[in-house]
Ligand binder design. Structure first.
Ligand code: FEO
Length: 173
């Protein structure tokens, strides 16, 4: 059995993960409109991952006799200044998610809710990986530059990351 307070907090996390999914979907569409196919594919995958993060909490709440709430859809931004600014926003959002997960971990310990504490460890690891990946992408953008002549090379780098992720998925299957 989960406390009402923890259930409420986990539902807020559901909303945050759900918003990330829609934000990245919107970003994927913007990249596609700029001809950045690699970036678009990358963001579509991230959007799917965020949906999975959201659903994982849904199933957890079911398992502990809680009640998951489907969040309302908040309209994400549709226009972005540049590919660099877009990935800066992705990184900022991931940092926000990490801070939220860390707060949940602290609260689960305060409540002696070891089941939720244990469940959240997966997210702690996932956030470390996601922040690291986004920093790598931003570093590459800074190295390559993001003027009009550089966009092709940035997109190529994202395709390399897509290929690595596809290979990792194939190996995990
Ligand atoms: Fe599920 Fe990337 O936060």
């Amino acid at each position: 059995m989960i406390s009402d307070k923890m259930q409420k907090e986990l539902n807020e996390q559901i909303a945050l993960e759900g918003y990330a999914s829609y934000l990245y979907l919107s970003m994927a569409s913007w990249c596609r409109s700029q001809g950045l196919e690699g970036c678009s594919r990358f963001l579509h995958r991230q959007s799917e991952e965020e949906r999975m993060h959201m659903l994982k909490i849904f199933f957890y709440l079911d398992e502990v006799n809680g009640r998951a709430v489907a969040p309302g859809i908040k309209q994400p931004p549709q226009e972005f200044e540049s590919v660099r600014s877009l990935f800066e926003q992705v990184y900022a959002h991931e940092q926000k998610v990490t801070a939220s997960i860390n707060k949940l971990v602290t609260k689960s310990l305060k409540e002696d809710d070891h089941s939720t504490y244990n469940f959240l460890q997966w997210y702690v690891e996932e956030q470390r990986e996601e922040e690291s990946l986004m920093r790598t992408i931003l570093d590459k953008i800074r190295l390559i530059g993001d003027g009009p002549q550089s966009l092709y090379y940035i997109d190529k780098e994202l395709e390399v990351i897509n290929a690595q992720a596809a290979q990792a998925e194939g190996e995990a299957a």
